[in-house]
Design a protein around this ligand. Structure first.
Ligand SMILES: NC(=O)c1ccc[n+]([C@@H]2O[C@H](COP(=O)([O-])OP(=O)(O)OC[C@H]3O[C@@H](n4cnc5c(N)ncnc54)[C@H](O)[C@@H]3O)[C@@H](O)[C@H]2O)c1
Ligand SMILES: CC(C)[C@H](C(=O)O)[C@@H](O)C(=O)O
Ligand SMILES: [Mg+2]
Length: 355
């Protein structure tokens, strides 16, 4: 199994180091694991003058799966788009055709007190945000700056083709079939043509899945419902920008953004697995970041790229065991629990795996 590890910037290297330890512990004796590291983000600029060096693209393309940390640093916004560390990830997703981004939000019973919502509103939370990842205003052309009537203007283009909406719709309905058979499609069809097309296509594809209940929400109402009654959701399917925003919001239902893993998949088995969070410059280099989102991303990798269900479950059970023992990084800390650092948390998961 060839895994590309693109640790990136900020806390990226700290959390991926723990995830690799866990991968090694769960597979070490049974599989031949080859880990190839490559630079991305600011680390790519420092090493090769490019946030996504050619070697990094090659390493990613030649791997069976990719583990990504995080990329981007404060002040990136001022850098031209193509050279922006954070944009390296967008280029990689596009190059590899990873159009389906799975962002499950699952609340561990042990963290019920860490959620921003009352226990009765979140107990048993298990929803999936399926975010379309290679279209929308992120990639639409034209984009850029211009001068109009003596002042600067900036513009981006929100764009989806029928084909792009169709393929993510099928992924959503199929995912719902292995869950609670409910899809909520989120758009802004009351204002945007893109939303109108999105809704029409979702409705049409939905007819092929009569066993799955399809509902629609406008994104503003969806944000509200996510906070009011999150248990009502099963699969939320939405476009790139709305999915980006809703998934960070959903993170807080689970206690911390440090708990949210993700998988980005395309047509084949090769996927990119990454925590939903960013480089967290405010806590980088202090050994206090929560590595569980990265570790849970490894569980998604085992399940989705390699079909290793039992191993994936062992990783998730080890995370649950460590939380049950009362170990907490700062972001999920609760009174009476033992506060641990990034490395200690990773070590504890490895210990739990080894039983
Ligand atoms: N996938 C990615 O590479 C990715 C994702 C989001 C943001 N970014 C980039 O990261 C940089 C910082 O962005 P931001 O501050 O808006 O978002 P962020 O996710 O990096 O941080 C937001 C807040 O959450 C906290 N946090 C994040 N991850 C945590 C963890 N594992 N444990 C504990 N606390 C954690 C941070 O300390 C911070 O207070 C920007 O350059 C942004 O573009 C990258
Ligand atoms: C870093 C940024 C480009 C990225 C995105 O907007 O997709 C991030 O916020 C995410 O959620 O993966
Ligand atoms: Mg985001």
């Amino acid at each position: 199994m060839k895994i590309a590890v693109l640790a990136g910037d900020g806390i990226g290297p700290e959390v991926t180091a723990e995830a690799v330890k866990v991968l090694d512990a769960v597979l070490g004796r049974t599989h031949r694991l080859e880990v190839v590291e490559a630079f991305i983000g600011q680390a790519g600029i420092d090493a090769d003058g490019d946030p996504l060096p050619v070697r990094t693209s090659e390493v990613a393309r030649n791997a069976d799966a990719i583990l990504f940390g995080a990329a981007g640093m404060p002040g990136d916004e001022a850098i031209p788009y193509a050279m922006r560390p954070g944009a390296s990830l967008l280029r990689l997703r596009k190059e590899l055709g990873l159009f389906a981004n799975f962002r499950p939000a699952l609340l561990f019973e042990e963290l019920i007190g860490a959620s921003t919502l009352r226990p009765e509103v979140v107990r048993g939370l298990d929803l999936l945000i399926l975010r379309e990842l290679t279209g929308d205003v992120y990639f639409g052309e034209p984009r850029g700056f211009a001068t109009e009537a003596g002042e600067r203007v900036a513009f981006n283009t929100m764009r989806y083709s029928e084909g792009e909406v169709e393929r993510i719709a099928h992924v959503a309905f199929r995912a719902a079939r292995s869950r609670r058979r409910k899809v909520c499609s989120v758009d802004k069809a009351n204002v945007l043509e893109v939303g109108q097309l999105w809704r029409e296509v979702m409705t049409r594809v939905g007819r092929d899945y009569p066993d799955v209940e399809l509902t629609h929400l406008f994104v503003d109402a969806a944000a509200m419902q996510l906070m009011r009654a999150p248990l009502a959701f099963d699969v939320i399917v939405t476009g790139n920008i709305f999915g980006d925003i809703l998934s960070d919001a959903a993170a807080m239902l689970t206690g911390s953004i440090g708990m949210l893993p993700s998988a980005s998949l395309g047509q084949g088995a090769r996927g990119l697995y990454e925590p939903v969070h960013g480089t967290a410059p405010d806590i980088a280099g202090k050994d206090i970041a929560n590595p569980l989102a990265a570790i849970l991303s490894v569980a998604m990798m085992l399940r989705q790229s390699f079909g290793l269900q039992a191993e994936a479950r062992r990783v998730e059970d080890a995370v649950r065991a460590v939380l049950a023992r009362g170990l907490r990084t700062a972001d999920i800390h609760q009174a009476g629990r033992e506060r641990v650092g990034t490395r200690q948390m990773g070590d504890a998961v490895v210990d739990a795996l080894r039983g």
